[in-house]
Design a protein around this ligand. Structure first.
Ligand code: PLP
Length: 384
């Protein structure tokens, strides 16, 4: 009779329409039927990514598209700037190293957001830098970076701006074309409400010029092959057909609700979560908190690793702990995609009871009350 609740920053819960689509009989990918479907989901992704530029899909987790960005844009010996500040930003640095790209890092303390002036200064000091790598939502710290301001610093230079929006897309506003972001990378298992397995990137004209020049080795992730196939609404290799079928349903839900409404709903989920944890007496880890995931400091006297395990084992509520050096110090509650207001109340209820059971000083109900006050004020447009 066990009932599970998933509130992790990927994978996220699946809407019933998506689950149903995943169980349909499979179709062949080299067919007119598939090509029409593929064309439709890519155009849906252009809407979700707020771009008119081409969108490329890979069958991989999000990191595949991150790797594709590095090896297609840059050659060994090229120079890049990486904005740090968390585990995922560090992945950009590791990928650059893998492909022999020289990196200048912009240090950002965990929990803080980058100061765009640092980006401007790094670009001035390194005019040879061909790319700047940034993160929209740093899932490991719960920070949302100001990509609009970062883009304003990069746009006047010859460098391209690459943004990891794997958890950020559809949770934070990401105006790809308007702000001038050259490559936006995302994955299926976060706010897109799909299982893991698909990765996407939008590619600007400025970026395609670098892609044509890159001397890095690449095969499966060669964006030139993807571009050629795109002309026929096709992929160079077998598509993950079932995931694309399911994605058609997920995008229908997102686009019928409307992008501003989806972002607003996510913002309210984040506000309810933040109000709830603060009313419990806990503090937020992120100085510029994202709407995708809330990172919460584990209170003194409570074992952080035990806390998430207890919430899982006793209440079947899956939250995320901290990654790397943040393990045991923070826990994270996701509120993107199909996570709704009453999921937030479940998470807060489990947090309150678990803190109490592990020796924390908590008055159960305080967090719920604060979150309910936010949820009760939800706008009536499709937010319930
Ligand atoms: C989830 C996540 C990733 C990793 O994506 P995978 O799908 O696990 O490869 C990268 N960056 C951010 C910001 C993420 O949230």
């Amino acid at each position: 009779m066990r009932k599970d609740y998933l509130l992790t920053p990927g994978p996220t819960p699946l809407p019933p329409q998506v689950q149903e689509a995943l169980s349909r009989p499979i179709i062949h990918h080299r067919t007119a039927q598939y090509r029409a479907l593929f064309k439709r989901i890519l155009s849906g992704m252009q809407a979700a990514m707020q771009t008119k530029q081409s969108v490329v899909m890979f069958t991989s987790s999000g990191t595949g598209a991150m790797e594709a960005s590095v090896c297609n844009l840059l050659s060994p010996g090229d120079h890049a700037i990486v904005i740090l500040g968390g585990k995922f930003a560090e992945r950009w640095q590791a990928l650059c190293k893998t492909f022999g790209v020289a990196v200048t890092t912009i240090p950002v303390a965990y929990g803080e957001a980058v100061d765009p002036e640092q980006v401007r200064a790094a670009l001035k000091q390194h005019p040879e830098a061909k790319a700047v790598f940034a993160t929209l939502c740093e899932t490991s710290t719960g920070v949302a970076h100001d990509i609009q301001a970062v883009a304003a610093a990069v746009r006047p230079t010859s460098a391209v701006l690459v943004v990891d929006a794997i958890s950020g897309l559809l949770a934070e506003d990401c105006r790809t074309d308007e702000w001038g972001v050259d490559l936006v990378v995302t994955g299926s298992q976060k706010a897109l409400m799909l299982p893991p397995g698909l990765a996407f990137l939008s590619v600007s004209e400025k970026a395609w010029m670098l892609i044509e020049q890159s001397k890095s080795p690449r095969y499966y992730f060669d964006l030139r092959l993807a571009k050629k196939a795109l002309a026929d609404d096709d992929t160079p290799f077998t598509s993950s057909v079932s995931l694309v079928v399911a994605m058609d349903e997920a995008l229908k839900l997102i686009l019928e609700a409307g992008l501003p409404q989806v972002l607003q709903r996510c913002r309210l989920m984040a506000q309810a979560t933040r109000a709830g944890v603060e009313a419990i007496g806990l503090s937020l880890f992120a100085k510029r908190p994202s709407n995708a995931v809330t990172a919460v400091n584990v209170p003194a006297g409570v074992d952080g690793k035990k806390l998430t395990k207890h919430i899982q084992d006793r209440y079947n509520v899956t939250l995320a702990g901290g990654q790397g050096e943040m393990a045991g110090k923070i826990f994270r509650v996701a509120h993107m995609g199909y996570i709704g207001p009453f999921d937030i109340l479940i998470a807060l209820g489990a947090i309150e009871l678990s803190l109490l059971e592990l020796g924390g000083s908590v008055t159960p109900g305080e967090g719920l009350k604060a979150a309910q006050a936010v949820i009760g004020n939800l706008s009536p447009v499709g937010t319930r």
